[in-house]
Design a binder for this molecule. Sequence first.
Ligand SMILES: [Zn+2]
Length: 331
Amino acid sequence: MIKFYPLLLALALASCAHKGAGRAAETAAAGETVAAVHVPDFQADSAYRFVDEQVAFGPRVPNTPAHKACGDFLAATLKRFGAQVYVQQMTLTAYNGTKLDCRNIIGSYKPAARKRVLLFAHWDSRPYADNDSDPKEQRKPIDGADDGASGVGVLLEMARLMDKQAPDVGVDILFTDAEDYGVPSFSSQRDDDNSWCLGTQFWARNPHTPNYHAQYGILLDMVGAKNATFYKEYTSQAQAPSLVEKIWDTARNLGYGNFFIDADGGSIVDDHLYVISGRGIPCVDIINYAPDNKRGFADYWHTHADNMQIISRETLKAVGQTLLNVIYKER
Ligand SMILES: [Zn+2]
């Protein structure tokens, strides 16, 4: 994705942007002992293949054959892995007025379970490489191996594992569309942030089941690059503080403290904002953040360097195994 705000500005934004987000539903701090639980072993090779398969379709830009084919593949794969699949067909309007033929794709495990966790990632990829240094390249779509495909790849591997052994809680995997169709930097149009996350904005107003609620949500965005660093994002900490701690503690205990950094990140405009404000579900955004980079993200972000060459099995494993440990320990 998108855009980050340094902390000071974030404070001002947070007060207006996230009204109505519920903290009450957040997980209680776990002090009690629970019986030993078998947590599946996340297969990095399998996740890597899922990332590669998406990229092989070509850029997943709405209104293109590659986008259509990849969406079909995602729905079919969730179905193959035993999920109850919902497909939300929708026409969304981009910043420039283009009508986008889009789908949110949802796979539910244990759809009747009351206690639910929402896992989400965007499956579209950016139509522009507006951060590319070569101006001639900026209007071409990117592969989006990390920005898009990595989060979906991790969740597909989790779906494969949940099919074999379901966790106690219900899990909904939500692949959101048109996250990355926001105002490009070469446009003279003002970006008020709402040009991003279009699929999630739609879902938050029209969830796939009436009155959908989950105990919490975890968003994955750019979770597959070599040497990625995940900082504690501002809104996540404000709205889901104990979940942030649980995820980062779990990662550290598994030996992934080099990925999950115990430090504050900036405030990021991403799909989680709309799930928090629209559905009152506390959410955490796990996103590769580069505090020393003036844009807040790594150099490949929204450039043609966001391709399979930057994808690392180690990073996918760190994120996927951490999530599995969090989810399978829920009771
Ligand atoms: Zn992006």
